[in-house]
Write a protein that binds this ligand. Structure first.
Ligand code: 5GP
Ligand code: ZN
Length: 117
């Protein structure tokens, strides 16, 4: 998708610190981390947000969830715990309209909203 920063990362046109990838999914460090582990888990397919997920995306969404588990294990947060997010739409503050699942870990979050400190 033209003018999509995450599609450009997927195509290799924009650099990113890629930590995981397979046929369906790519994951890279967030450019502005708010936790010691802050990884964006993204389907290669351009789906704008959760509002746009359709039955035809079942397979890719399933691979995405398996990637979450594997990335948490690789970054040693699986046992201690981590938070998985997806901001959907303006009220959630979604900025990049290519669906992404930030995995946050390495510190405690409690039930507060995601903040820097
Ligand atoms: P959201 O759309 O859910 O509000 O957040 C988008 C996230 O993508 C933000 O956490 C932001 O820091 C991250 N981000 C935006 N542009 C880039 C980029 O070019 N590279 C990387 N690695 N992360 C980005
Ligand atoms: Zn895209």
């Amino acid at each position: 998708m033209e003018n999509c920063i995450f599609c450009k990362i997927i195509e290799g046109e924009v650099p990113a610190q890629v930590v995981y990838e397979n046929e369906h999914v790519i994951a890279f460090n967030d450019i502005n981390p708010v936790a010691p582990v802050h990884i964006l888990i993204v389907p290669r397919l351009h789906i704008p947000s959760l509002n746009d997920v359709e039955p035809e995306h079942l397979e890719v969404m399933g691979h995405l969830m398996l990637a979450v588990k594997e990335i948490a294990r690789q970054h040693e947060v699986a046992a201690k715990g981590y938070r998985l997010i997806s901001n959907c739409g303006p009220d959630a503050g979604q900025v990049v309209y290519h669906i992404h699942f930030p995995l946050l870990g390495g510190r405690q979050f409690g039930h507060n909203l995601v903040r820097k400190s």
